[in-house]
Design a protein around this ligand. Sequence first.
Ligand code: PGA
Length: 248
Amino acid sequence: MRQSLVIANWKMHGDQKANEALVVGLLKLLGRQANRGECVLCPPFPYLAQVHELLGDSGVTLGAQDCSHSESGAYTGEVAAAMLADLGCRWVILGHSERRQYHQESDALVAAKLAAAQRASVVPVLCVGETREQREAGEAEQVVESQLRGALADQADLSRVVVAYEPVWAIGTGLTASPEQAQDMHGHIRGILADLDPEQGDKIRLLYGGSVKADNAAALFAQNDIDGALVGGASLDAEAFAAIVGAA
Ligand code: PGA
């Protein structure tokens, strides 16, 4: 049985005052949920320490939105995975479509970042997903397969990885994959993971992301291979995010 996992991707939002109100409000709401699954907040880098402190021993854990492929050195503007671990991060989102699109991140670079995260004992949350054009051209499964194999093929330890399927056309658009569409892709992903590592394939948590909201979360989570969500916009609202965590 895979434990549910809901991850908040705050993207480039927030300031100290808003973060405090959001985290305090969220912890209050989550405190009323019995037997909830795992829950993670990924604020922007400058606020990791602040959010870590606010989370305290609540059981909600901390993640980051990216890391460097390198351990240290002359990489201006980069943040090493070991620095994230040092600040209390247990998770890092990698290969998000916004990084692939705006920073030209290749599968090879995502693979190197993933290895760096694992070396620092930070669990990578590997994002994959097709664009609208790719889906309309019937290429969605093939695109996702090559992203997965490209990032996981070599040295990845599949006992310490989470995969998030985020169709690019559903991110921030209000369009969600239907539960059936999402399950189809998650089943496909599960098959590839089992091929890469027969022992871990069934244990890896697969999250869905792309306009997950309080009112569509339960139907998504009811699918066999959807173990939780990576939530952008709705994670900035304590009530909406707590409702999604509750649905998982
Ligand atoms: P969204 O973003 O929930 O705002 O669509 C999801 C994501 O990009 O991780």
